[in-house]
Design a protein around this ligand. Sequence first.
Ligand code: NAD
Length: 349
Amino acid sequence: MAVFNSLNFENHEGVHFFADEDSGLKAIIAVHNTVRGPGAGGTRLWQYSNEQAALDDVLNLSKAMSYKNAMADIPFGGGKGVIIRPEGDFDRKALFAAYGRAVESLGGIYCTAEDVGVTPSDMEVIRTQTKFVGGLDHGVAASGDPSPVTAEGVFRGLKVAWKKVSGQSDLGGVRVAVQGLGHVGYTLAEKLVHAGAKVWAADINENVLTKAKRELGAVIVPIDEIHTQDVDIFAPCALGGAVNPKSLPEIKARIIGGAANNQLSNSDLGIDLLEKGILYCPDYVINGGGIINVASELSGTYDPKWVDARLDGLSRTLKEIFEISDDSGQPTNIVADKIAKMRITSAQT
Ligand code: NAD
């Protein structure tokens, strides 16, 4: 397995591997950068095809967390955890307790929360082993599932993007294709529909599609056609790589913005998006709401006003990225990378 030569290694401060035979835990925690504070980022439970795929994922996600936390202006660096889902039946409590011990063993250089496949009740199990965990349902500063706040941040970001593209301040009548109606995607779809937008949706989970059709009037489309819809906004809210060399020529939307991490399968696609006239909302900027919520909890006192102000900050940063992109002719993802790196460097100096 390639580690130092891995495509995404890029100066990680540490990559930590954990195994626990009794629970079946196999996990990797990557800490990319702690200059702004301890590495903070969620833990993903996923059935990876092999160990290299898990490593590539965690390195990519962890680096993105350094950038995301800098853009969200919170006192944390970048880190991420992945747990390779054990095959067959497994004891979930034992698995997350072992993972909690792994987090504790890092002594606070990494703080965790929920990501794909992980719930607030898993966080409660982790909390029995370590205090370096947020996104809890119980406790003095508990902030619960961060997904609704992520959805709110994406919603506000899409309004900024729509204003830039159309000049209109509200989303009435706007057509949005939401890929993935999970914790974030469903809440986002609800907010969009309440704002008067029309939603197209795809998911691998039939139950959630039935619910979205019934409750939100969503138009259900096959998963391999969601990005091709004739809509104004494409909102990737499932896994990474929604925008790739195959999907890009088929995207008709004028805006791409959603919750998923690492939406571009490679950063050069930002140039293609710019040339096609598609406004890309850099993923780690627009989806920073959840980690802002967790950061408030990790500070020891949950403060909804602080969270709301930081969410507004995300929208302002997004607007700034669009303006710099316009002035410089650079793709929005590259502009975002530059601002994030600058914020990290200035914290160092
Ligand atoms: P989730 O697991 O609740 O939802 C993901 C949804 O995508 C599920 O409903 C799943 O069935 C669906 N899905 C999987 N493969 C699909 C496919 N090929 N096509 C369509 N749908 C598919 O996860 P979530 O918490 O909603 O997070 C969604 C994305 O946003 C992830 O990439 C996550 O890393 C990112 N994110 C989440 C948060 C958060 O607060 N939860 C914060 C930042 C970023």
